[in-house]
Design a protein around this ligand. Structure first.
Ligand SMILES: C[S@@+](CC[C@H](N)C(=O)[O-])C[C@H]1O[C@@H](n2cnc3c(N)ncnc32)[C@H](O)[C@@H]1O
Length: 347
């Protein structure tokens, strides 16, 4: 166990008792919550809600029946929301290294099973480090459709190792969908040594350029930025230490690549027309794939990289794909969308 792990364990196990004990607003989400999630939140036990320290919403569409793994699940708020979203046919596993957090999560398994009207629980929690998932006897490689995480990767001293472990856990084509804290530049070493700033999810903030290069190295598709919000520190003393480093809370999606023989992609020299044809529950009118790409029931022209992401993913069945072999086949009314990920100007 590294000093960082010990200090983070102490911060989330002893120092903080509830969300309002945080010294900054970095790990507390201001993201707008959709109505259907608000309805589920009403069923979550208040003791679990009180210990929520997330910085975004980690609920991608089409979760019904999925096996989901939540990294750094804490007291379990998101695991229980996901439990409801995957339904009784799905399953959610939470992993966290802090016993005090998991004690709360475990205490309310029966409560939520009853609240959601399930015969048996569809969640379990395990103590462990997210850098060592493959060593955890409770977890099987290639067994999860979706891996999520809320404000945790920044706290790891070895973020590339975490990404590698996520890759191992996902089925081919599976999605890693996570919210975390990002910095627009490297955080100086003396600030990285500050345990409060680390525990508050600031000193270990991720660089977007590192995420992209690590992900591509490991074999993920290019990370897609889904949402981004500025973080206000709201603590003058800590703000003075941090100077003008800008922090944002971002949600990214990336897929575990798989090779497919696909006429849609290989025959295709000029992109693809993609139509959101079979709507997903709660996303009846549109599917927001990234910050600027919103799929609707009208054909949109997309590049091969993005087409492949959709084709290998569980979203494939919800779209109609039409290869474009000549530029003049592109209807004038369609908007060209690409998947540029460089929102913060760092890559
Ligand atoms: C900011 S809290 C977020 C908790 C939870 N995701 C939520 O939204 O409430 C960070 C959590 O990650 C856990 N954690 C941090 N680093 C970890 C690691 N390397 N391995 C496992 N858990 C870790 C901490 O114990 C803590 O519960």
């Amino acid at each position: 166990m590294t000093d960082i792990h010990k200090s983070v364990q102490n911060y989330y196990g002893q120092e903080l008792q509830q969300s309002s004990d945080l010294k900054t607003d970095a790990c507390c989400s201001k993201a707008e919550i959709p109505l259907f999630i608000k309805d589920i939140l009403k069923k979550i036990h208040p003791d679990v809600i009180a210990k929520y320290y997330g910085c975004g919403l980690i609920f991608p569409p089409k979760l019904e029946g999925c096996r989901v793994l939540d990294l750094g699940c804490g007291a379990g708020r998101d695991v229980y929301i996901l439990s409801n979203l995957v339904g009784h046919q799905g399953y959610v596993v939470g992993v966290d290294m802090t016993k005090e957090q998991l004690d709360i999560a475990n205490r309310f398994i029966d409560y939520h099973t009853k609240e959601f009207d399930f015969q048996t629980p569809n969640v379990e929690f395990h103590l462990g480090k997210i850098e060592q998932l493959t060593d955890n006897p409770n977890l099987k490689v290639n067994s999860f459709d979706v891996v999520v995480s809320n404000c945790v990767v920044n706290l790891s001293p070895d973020k590339k190792k975490v990404l590698q472990q996520v890759y191992e856990m996902l089925k081919p084509g599976g999605e890693f969908y996570f919210s975390d804290v990002y910095a627009d530049r490297s955080v100086p070493e003396e600030l990285r040594q500050n345990q409060i700033l680390w525990g508050e999810c600031l000193s270990g903030a991720i660089r977007e350029s590192d995420l992209i290069s690590d992900a591509l190295d490991i074999g993920f598709t290019r990370p897609i930025l889904v949402t981004q919000q500025p973080i206000c520190i709201n603590n003058q003393q800590l703000q003075d230490l941090l100077g003008d480093i800008k922090f944002t809370s971002c949600t990214y999606r990336l897929f575990k690549n798989k090779s497919i023989e696909d006429p849609i992609i290989s025959d295709n020299k000029n992109g693809t027309l993609v139509t959101y044809q079979t709507p997903i529950i709660h996303y009846e009118n549109e599917f927001q794939f990234d910050q600027s790409i919103i799929f609707k029931d009208q054909p949109q022209y997309v590049n091969d990289e993005l087409t492949k992401m959709l084709r290998i993913s569980r979203y494939n069945d919800n779209f109609k794909f039409e290869s474009v072999t000549h530029e003049n086949e592109i209807p004038k009314s369609t908007k060209q969308v690409s998947n540029c990920c460089c929102r913060q100007g760092t890559c």
